[in-house]
Ligand binder design. Structure first.
Ligand code: GDP
Ligand code: ZN
Length: 449
């Protein structure tokens, strides 16, 4: 793949600012910049220059910075023109660059070139976007770690182990005529197991990394009037849901994106779940059930005075069986009860008051714990659903391969599962290709045959 054109774009945010940067990347970047700014400074040295448009008219004056390929962000020659941050000035610079032969970059094209030129892998390209979009400090820190290669490195290590395994198993296929029973090799079984546990660990960490980015999706559930909307408002610190004492007020599904002490969280307030004849409310109940299906945690709210009565129990039973839940006993103030936490029937029960705020801090801590971010681990990197999915598929194939090997050593099927695992893992960084395998097999197994 050869990239021959030079792209240009405004690199700083739209709107007014003290400084705005126009960035050029490509083989013509230096030549084009020279026609706009005059003689260029040495790479990585700044120089103050007057910027002119294609007709020689002054646009602005500012700093010119040149970066010579290949040690640049994109891997190509890169020039930054730092002018005053008005949109007219920056737009004029882009137009001048285009008149001199550059093309306006597509969204993400600088990162795409960095990927195509092997400066970064797919995970890192995505991490750049995540870093820019990060909603919390922890999310930004995690994105930075991914950009530094924390996730990529782990994936590459596992991919290398997987490659070794494939070489071993496919070798067994090639040499099946010989007397060595390659598949009975105990080292092989140990290797598959190590790979599997490594994948399981990374999958768990990637799940936490994804959560840091997207947040934990929590659905509020409970009978009407128990205080769900009040709790949502309390956590959000603003009046976002309508609170009344008429049962069935919350008819639609409300979503709030919250930053709870560094934990991004999407809280969904659902219509009080109950059988109803009101068609509007019924639609609300249907949407509430759909929202519950996508949630990762149910915050089940009940009235502390009822101590989970039959109505509550029936609702609890109706939740998706595999949906983790926190049971909130609300309105403690009303019943003269103290805020408390207890574990009962395998669930955490929190007694609190959404109205007074008593016990809310404990709820926040509990949500952090559920999200798996109890201690802010320094090793956490950002990850996307795409990565988690790919890891899960990889693990599935490896588990199948392990089974085949244990079963009766059907090498062909095991080899196929491992190939699928390798492909799935390679999707993450966008790097692993079948050539890796060919190269490795060829170099190791071409023993004079
Ligand atoms: P939802 O239908 O479950 O969303 O319940 P709401 O949040 O709309 O609250 C129903 C009623 O209970 C309202 O009058 C609230 O003011 C009241 N309420 C909610 N939480 C508390 C609480 O902790 N203590 C007291 N005393 N009243 C509460
Ligand atoms: Zn409500």
């Amino acid at each position: 793949m050869s990239v021959t054109d030079t792209i240009v774009a405004i690199a700083t945010a739209a709107g007014r600012g003290a400084i705005g940067i126009v960035r050029l990347s490509g083989p013509q970047a230096f030549a084009i910049a020279e026609r706009i700014a005059g003689p260029l400074p040495a790479p990585r040295e700044a120089a103050l220059r007057a910027f002119r448009d294609a007709d020689g008219e002054g646009i602005d004056q500012g700093l010119v910075l040149c970066f010579a390929a290949p040690a640049t962000f994109t891997g190509e020659d890169v020039v930054e023109l730092q002018g005053h941050g008005g949109s007219v000035v920056l737009q004029s610079l882009v137009e001048a660059a285009c008149r001199h032969g550059a093309r306006v970059a597509r969204p993400g094209e600088f990162s795409e070139r960095a990927f195509l030129n092997d400066r970064i892998d797919l995970v890192q390209a995505e991490a750049i976007a995540d870093l820019i979009d990060a909603g919390t400090r922890d999310a930004a820190r995690a994105a930075r770690r991914s950009l530094d290669g924390a996730l990529s490195q782990r994936v590459r290590t596992l991919a290398a182990a997987l490659l070794e395994l494939r070489v071993h198993v496919e070798g067994a296929l090639d040499f099946s005529d010989e007397d060595i029973d390659w598949l009975a090799d105990r080292k092989l079984h140990a290797r598959v197991e190590t790979l599997r546990t490594g994948l399981q660990q990374l999958l768990a960490e990637a799940g936490r990394g994804r959560r840091l980015r997207d947040g934990l999706v929590v659905a509020l559930a409970g009978r009407p009037n128990v205080g769900k909307s009040t709790l949502l408002n309390r956590l959000a610190g603003a009046d976002v849901a309508i609170v009344t004492d008429i049962a069935g007020t919350t008819r639609d599904v409300l979503r709030e994106h919250l930053d709870l002490d560094g934990l991004p969280l999407t809280l969904i307030d659902t219509a009080g779940l109950r059988d109803t004849d009101d068609t509007v409310e019924r639609e609300g109940v249907r949407r509430a059930r759909a929202a519950l299906d996508r949630a990762e945690l149910a915050l089940f709210v009940s009235d502390a005075g009822a101590n989970l009565g039959t109505g509550d129990q029936a609702l609890l039973q109706s939740l998706r069986a595999d949906l983790p839940r926190l049971i909130v006993h609300n309105k403690c103030d009303l019943h003269g009860l103290a805020a408390a936490r207890e574990e009962r029937d395998g669930h955490v029960h929190l007694h609190l008051s959404a109205a007074t705020g008593d016990g809310i801090d404990r709820l926040v801590r509990e949500l952090h714990r559920v999200a798996g971010l109890g201690e802010r681990t320094q090793t956490t990197f950002s990850a996307r659903t795409r990565h988690v999915d790919a890891l899960r598929r990889t693990l599935g194939f490896v588990v199948d391969a392990e089974q085949r090997l244990h079963e009766g050593a059907n090498a062909e099927l095991a080899a196929e599962e491992l190939r699928l695992a390798h492909d799935a893992l390679g999707e993450i960084t966008g790097r692993v290709t079948s050539e890796d395998l060919l190269g490795a097999v060829f170099s190791r197994f071409c023993i004079g045959k």
